[in-house]
Design a protein around this ligand. Structure first.
Ligand SMILES: *Cc1c(COP(=O)(O)O)cnc(C)c1O
Length: 409
């Protein structure tokens, strides 16, 4: 299977996941110049390096500021893209790449995506208006914030939003079943834009590499985790040669992977709702890829990655305390990681907490915690007045199939 096929089909028919044939290698330190343009051809080795550099240039035209919130505790802000969540990076990379790969076949590509919050908006925005593509974004009706929903339902054009009366895991299961159906996949040129799509996952290594090169000693990364795409990308960078002083994977009450990292066997569970809703994942797809990275050696993985989980109460009190101590305002996902970072005994390296969303995406939780309004970025304000349109379906594959066939006829 070529990389182009992997990107255009999203996942293999056997229900597994694509991984690169060769693990990427990064000789350290990187040369002067753009981290994205250096890293992209190394991450995706089987496509034309010139194409990869231009895709990286287009996708990573977003700043990743590093803020020292407390001494030796940094926040890497990944939310300065169009939908104010880190998922813009992978989504924009994929949207820049797919039309280049699909050109040859000249068929409509349908990007079918299940979202627990931010993926749908990022993918919808990245593909909006790109000819030869359409987006169908599934989200749990009651599981996303109004602002997250509006980033999918107010775009129109080649973007269709589908509210599912169920959980994120229902949405993800339905999407997987569609990909397992060859006839349906072929009829619609289906591809996935979830973090299971390798083209979304790999470019996320870029901001780790970019952060690491800004320090003259190895840093410890703390990653707010759900479906584990973000963590997997960091570990790809680390396994490829990026210096690091370990990782912490931070979870909310959906903490099966935290238990596993602490030594228990992994037990998938149904997802439960929390204030960090984009991390409400009970059975993360990318755990398989992470195990592949470590050649199935659980102990080697556990030696690199600590698992920590945080309650909603602690998440909210972290937003409050950090704001009171330093004036810095963080969103609930970032706060889970920040709280996990505070449980560090024995890590003397600088700590870099990945900030995955802008606090204004979660005004209810954040404003309750800090007792004052959060500043709202312009694009979020603009989406407020626009008309919403979406379909609503039961968590039922038949309904999704009918909808896919309906929209295309
Ligand atoms: C998706 C998301 C996460 C979880 O990232 P994974 O790659 O699924 O582990 C964390 N925070 C925010 C804001 C997200 O949107």
């Amino acid at each position: 299977m070529s990389l182009a096929d992997a990107v255009l089909h999203g996942m293999p028919a056997d229900g597994g996941l694509f991984v690169p044939v060769r693990k990427p290698v990064f000789t350290w330190p990187p040369p002067e110049g753009s981290t994205a343009e250096w890293a992209a051809p190394r991450l995706i080795g089987d496509l034309d390096p010139k194409l990869m550099r231009s895709v990286a240039r287009e996708a990573c035209d977003i700043p990743f500021p590093l803020v020292e919130v407390e001494p030796d505790r940094f926040v890497l802000e990944l939310f300065h893209g169009p939908t104010h969540a880190f998922k813009d990076v992978g989504a924009r990379f994929m949207a820049a790449l797919v039309p280049q790969l699909a050109d040859a076949s000249n068929e409509l590509v349908t990007i079918l995506v299940a979202t627990s919050g931010d993926t749908g908006g990022a993918v919808a925005n990245a593909f909006l208006g790109r000819s030869g593509t359409r987006v169908v974004a599934l989200f749990p009706l009651e599981g996303v914030s109004e602002r997250q929903r509006r980033q999918m339902t107010t775009l129109g054009g080649n973007v269709g939003a589908v509210g599912v009366r169920g959980t994120f895991d229902d949405c993800q299961r339905m999407v997987k079943s569609c990909f397992a159906d060859d006839a349906l996949s072929a009829r619609h040129g289906l591809t996935s834009a979830n973090s299971i799509n390798i083209a979304r996952l790999l470019p996320q290594a870029i901001y780790y590499l970019d952060a690491a090169r800004r320090f003259d000693e190895p840093v410890h990364f703390v990653v707010p985790s759900g479906n584990l795409g973000n963590l997997c990308a960091g570990l790809i960078a680390a396994r490829g040669g990026m210096p690091h002083a370990g990782f912490t994977a931070a979870f909310n009450r959906n903490h099966g992977v935290a238990n596993y990292l602490q030594g228990a066997p992994f037990a998938p569970a149904s997802s439960v709702r929390t204030v960090s809703n984009a991390m409400d994942v009970g059975d993360p797809s990318n755990l398989e890829r992470i195990r592949w990275l470590y050649d199935g050696d659980d102990e080697a993985l556990r030696a690199h990655v600590r698992g920590v989980w945080i309650t909603d109460d602690e998440t909210v009190s972290t937003i409050e305390h950090v704001h009171r101590r330093s004036g810095y305002v963080m969103d609930p996902h970032t706060a889970v990681a920040y709280a996990a970072a505070s449980r560090h005994d024995g890590v003397s390296a600088p700590v870099v907490v990945l900030a995955t969303a802008h606090p204004a995406k979660f005004p209810d939780v954040v404003e309750d915690a800090i007792g004052e309004p959060v500043e709202i970025p312009r694009s979020i304000r603009d989406a407020r007045g626009r008309k919403e349109s979406m379909s609503v379906i039961a968590p039922d594959l038949g309904e999704l199939r009918a909808l896919l066939d309906g929209v295309s006829s």
